[in-house]
Design a protein around this ligand. Sequence first.
Ligand SMILES: Cc1cc2nc3c(=O)[nH]c(=O)nc-3n(C[C@H](O)[C@H](O)[C@H](O)COP(=O)(O)OP(=O)(O)OC[C@H]3O[C@@H](n4cnc5c(N)ncnc54)[C@H](O)[C@@H]3O)c2cc1C
Length: 463
Amino acid sequence: MEMTHDLIVIGGGSGGVAGSRRAAALGAKVAIVEADRFGGTCVIRGCVPKKLMMYAASFAHQFKDAAGFGWTDLQARFEMPRWADAKKREIDRLEKIYDEMLGNAGVETVRGRGRFTSACEVDVGGRRLAAPRILVATGGAPAADALPGLAAAMTSNEVLDLRELPESLLVIGGGYIAVEFASILSALGSRVTLAYRDRYPLRGFDDELRGRLALALGERGITLACGVALQQLERDAQGFVLTRADGSVLRAAAALNATGRKPSTAGLGLAEAGVPLNARGAIIVDNESRTAVPSIWAVGDVTDRVNLTPVAIAEARAFADTEFARTPTRVDHRIVASAVFTDPPVGSVGLTEQQAALRGPVDIYAADFRPMKEAFVGGSQRTFMKLVVDGLDQRVLGAHMIGPEAPEIIQSLAVAVTGGARKHDFDQTIAVHPTLSEEFMLMRTPVRRLAQAVQPPAAPVAS
Ligand SMILES: Cc1cc2nc3c(=O)[nH]c(=O)nc-3n(C[C@H](O)[C@H](O)[C@H](O)COP(=O)(O)OP(=O)(O)OC[C@H]3O[C@@H](n4cnc5c(N)ncnc54)[C@H](O)[C@@H]3O)c2cc1C
């Protein structure tokens, strides 16, 4: 078979762009196929526009706080079309940069939808591309099958393109995308109801953070409709009606489906190429991102491992290093820091108290306080930090925080946790004062010790 390239990448998002640039830098002749816009979910309709919307929302509280610091005559009003226009310009600019970066790296960009015609061939709108290695990085998309009627609701894609703020909004789901948009749109001025089945949002995060986030969102004016299964979503003349299993109904002018995402594998021709999928429709890969077909690899959300941009990038670069630099490289998915951009934000790395307690003896250190800035303006928001420490060798297994700058603080602590730091290293570190993060260095006595393999206490919502 005549090969046109050394590598074909399907999908020009975080993983695809990173993998194709790295492979090209290592001397490979690469083509990258993108059906929509280069940059993918993160740049076009995910992390980046979401954070730009979060920045817009953050001014609401800054204006309030400013009055407590002596500022007067602050008469501000949010005009969504101005934000939407500025956001569009910024995303267009970033998309262009992605396109240029690929060109500068010598990667051929091919616009269109890629589809396997054999294990080494891809069809893009009638053009045949062939290579001994093909990397699938097609990402994921919002799923609408959690309950009947969800397809009528907006998804994160549409919310980020809103030009008018809904007067009231039902956010359906309890994951990070649900709580982030609930928090953002509430701060911008919508009346938000957050509906999910569990007792607390953010399943998988430390229970104490989950409880505290629920409390904080409630204090910020969001109605939490939790702990009851959701049955169906319907439209009527006023907007949306969500029926719950206990017969109660929730109403709002607009609805956001944030119940989860599914891997984008439909129409790719994977079955024809012989690539098996798991029950959730994700491509099954080994720890070097190989599929069952020797010429095909997959990275990022389409493999449904840890669905975050830096993970997709790391997996793609590891693939390129392994295949084109002959340097076998694997991504360690066990310690991945993550953040939730709510108000207050959440940052987390390593094991939760619940996970650690199931493994062995654990010491829990915590700090719970009203930060200086909050106390000065008479606010009630508390900041909470927690270290999960191995009770035997004192290794810090996890660090968790809810409070201002938590994502930035946890990013730095992730170095220590990944590097295997012990509690002693935190104690020895001289703090930067006055900061919030210094509290992580000043926790001297455990708030509790958990013996081998115990269930930790249920999440205390607040002390
Ligand atoms: C609202 C939202 C907020 C998020 N916030 C964060 C965050 O704060 N931090 C974080 O780390 N992650 C965040 N994420 C997750 C992050 O965006 C994804 O983990 C990341 O984009 C995955 O990268 P990827 O390369 O796997 O796929 P994607 O970035 O989704 O890229 C896949 C690309 O493949 C293209 N494609 C699909 N099928 C084909 C085909 N057949 N042919 C050609 N092209 C195709 C798509 O058009 C797309 O451009 C967020 C996601 C969402 C939805």
